[in-house]
Design a protein around this ligand. Structure first.
Ligand code: URA
Length: 202
């Protein structure tokens, strides 16, 4: 448990990594989640956008960013005229606590992020993004190893553990939780950051 199984082989391409991740038991999150939610999108776009973890809707359908946070992200990507990107998450299983019929999202802890980095690192090795956008603190930590507060990092470009540039911005779920004025401001900042990402990619 919490270790690579003895039979786990290093994947040699993206499809192999996805297939292996579907059977991942590197941490306990696989127990309650419905399925592994692997990244999806345009693998040749040069742009990787990394969220925290799948939510309720993503867990059920197996695709990243299909729920309310995803709708906000897609709408801001459209506004920023980003036509193609690879969308993925730092943690690939939904973590939640059951309250009645509802499944309430719980943020992954450091250990879970570090266990799941095994997959993110392979995903990055095979995709070789030219630019990565980190949505929120979990993604920023997974990519850079730094867990300083988002308030001082948002809008800056940091260096990933593997050397690539990472633009740090707000997580769309965080924007959805803010009071209306703060939410509108943060949404504008997310849009500005996405426009900057598109400009950098040229
Ligand atoms: N939030 C995330 O971070 N990722 C998703 O896939 C959906 C919501």
């Amino acid at each position: 448990r919490n270790q690579a199984s003895e039979t786990e082989m290093s994947p040699t391409n993206l499809a192999e990594a996805k297939a292996q991740a579907a059977a991942c038991r590197r941490c306990d999150l696989c127990e309650a989640a419905s399925q592994t939610v692997w990244g999806s999108g345009d693998s040749a776009s040069g742009l990787m956008i990394v969220g925290e973890q799948p939510g309720d809707a993503e867990d059920l359908c197996g695709q990243p960013f299909v729920g309310p946070a995803g709708q906000l992200l897609h709408s801001e990507m459209d506004e920023a005229e980003i036509g193609a990107a690879w969308l993925t998450n730092a943690v690939k299983h939904f973590k939640y606590r059951q309250r009645g019929k509802r499944r309430i999202h719980q943020a992954p802890n450091r250990q879970e992020i570090v266990h799941c980095r095994w997959w993110l690192d392979y995903e990055r090795r095979f995709l070789v993004p030219r630019l990565t956008v980190a949505l929120g603190a979990s993604a920023a930590f997974a990519l850079t190893g730094d867990d300083s507060p988002m308030e001082i990092r948002r809008g800056t470009i940091e260096t990933a553990r593997d050397g690539g540039p990472v633009l740090i911005t707000w997580h769309p779920s965080y924007i959805l939780r803010l009071p209306s004025k703060a939410s509108a401001d943060a949404r504008e900042q997310l849009r500005d950051d996405l426009v900057r990402a598109r400009t950098i990619l040229g």
